[in-house]
Design a protein around this ligand. Structure first.
Ligand SMILES: Nc1nc2c(ncn2[C@@H]2O[C@H](COP(=O)(O)OP(=O)(O)OP(=O)(O)O)[C@@H](O)[C@H]2O)c(=O)[nH]1
Length: 360
């Protein structure tokens, strides 16, 4: 397969999208294998027909082998396309019906139908694959048992026809069952992957995205095309005197405060904004397409909302947060400097008395 296909798939960030791309790649790869197989069969038949001096049959088979070879080259040029398995399936069906009607070489044409069973189920999955194969079996039965079917030049005796159909149906059912169990395992693995990805990207206590995810999002913003991307702003907020709160009311109460603050931050930001738990009692909020003024305005609003939480607890407790605000722009300054800037401003807010926003 084209090595580019692999790296494309690995660039995708969502694990589900990645799984879909891997499945498509598998189907395109299976299409390639089936074409190689078909080419080997028709090529061999053409050689046998040629040695038997059956020039017309050999020419037709050679033309088919050449078409199959052309298709093989074409799917490598096109790369990952959802149309590939469909077109390859149609080509193989055309080849199959030609072999069925003509008998191929020495009346062996019909026999090759069995190779399509694992092939089609691999290409289309067990549901669509079984449907296609059963339709193909029904069409075959019609051709074989309809009296004097037009175009049928091969001669198959009645017992052979019936046995062939029985074997074909049994093989289809067996392969479909095996593939359905393989697919169930694959779906289970996909669910597990998603679950692990969620666990790896979220903070267990607050449900917010964690530091790793926040970094990833900042890097994405940073690498956007500067012509299309707007500026963005980062807020770093740190709860004030949180150690005292823990010491006075216990760790469990501290945890509850962290959860409540996380909720307040999320409820008061827009859908495209990203709220993350940056560290212990520290939060990072990323605001795409927002300048320093907009970011400062939001930070002040969040500061007030967090302060208002103080009245919601049975204890006499002062909850507050200090914010540092910094503005970034794609390709202008590395995010490490932007984060250091926001962090330094947050420490200035602490130094200036806490419960405030420093943006300038
Ligand atoms: N309950 C709880 N406490 C945490 C968690 N993560 C960090 N902390 C506590 O947060 C406290 C942070 O203390 P400091 O870094 O001294 O900061 P502070 O007391 O908030 O003081 P200033 O930041 O200067 O206002 C520490 O006591 C940590 O143990 C957590 O998940 N749950």
């Amino acid at each position: 397969m084209n090595p580019g296909i692999v790296s494309n798939a690995q660039d995708l960030s969502s694990p589900m999208e990645l799984a879909r791309q891997i499945e498509l790649r598998r189907r395109v790869q299976a299409s390639g294998y089936m074409l190689l197989f078909a080419m080997a069969i028709t090529g061999t038949m053409a050689a046998i027909a040629l040695s038997d001096n059956e020039i017309l049959r050999a020419s037709v088979l050679l033309a088919i082998a050449a078409t199959v070879l052309g298709s093989y080259v074409a799917i490598h040029k096109v790369g990952l396309s959802r149309l590939t398995p469909v077109l390859v399936g149609l080509l193989l069906l055309a080849l199959y019906f030609y072999l069925l009607l003509s008998g191929g070489v020495n009346n062996t044409g019909l026999m090759w139908a069995v190779t399509l069973v694992p092939g089609f189920i691999n290409l289309y999955g067990y549901r669509a694959g079984t449907g296609t194969l059963l339709a193909m079996g029904a069409a075959t039965a019609l051709i074989l048992f309809y009296p004097e079917f037009p175009g049928l030049t091969a001669e198959y005796d009645t017992t052979y026809r019936a046995r062939f159909l029985a074997v074909f149906v049994a093989l289809t059912v067996l392969t479909a069952l095996l593939d359905s169990s393989r697919q169930q395992t694959q779906q289970l693995l996909q669910r597990l992957t998603l679950e692990l990805e969620t666990r790896a990207s979220t903070d267990a206590l607050t449900g917010l995205l964690n530091r790793r995810e926040a970094y990833r999002e900042i890097s994405k913003l940073e690498s956007r095309d500067p012509k299309q991307a707007g500026r963005y702003t980062v807020l770093i907020g740190d709860l004030d005197n949180f150690k005292t709160i823990n010491d006075q009311f216990g760790h469990a109460f501290g945890d509850r405060v962290l959860q409540d603050v996380a909720w307040v931050l999320q409820q008061n930001t827009r859908v495209g904004d990203l709220v993350s738990r940056w560290g212990g009692e520290e939060f990072l909020i990323l605001l795409p397409n927002t300048d320093l003024e907009g970011g400062s305005f939001l930070a002040e609003k969040l500061r007030e909302k967090v302060e208002a939480l103080s009245d919601t607890y049975p204890h006499q407790v002062q909850i507050s947060i200090s914010f540092g605000v910094a503005e970034g722009s794609p390709h202008e300054q590395p995010h490490s400097r932007l984060l250091a800037d926001a962090d330094a401003k947050m420490y200035r807010a602490k130094h200036d008395g806490r419960n405030r926003v420093v943006a300038a």
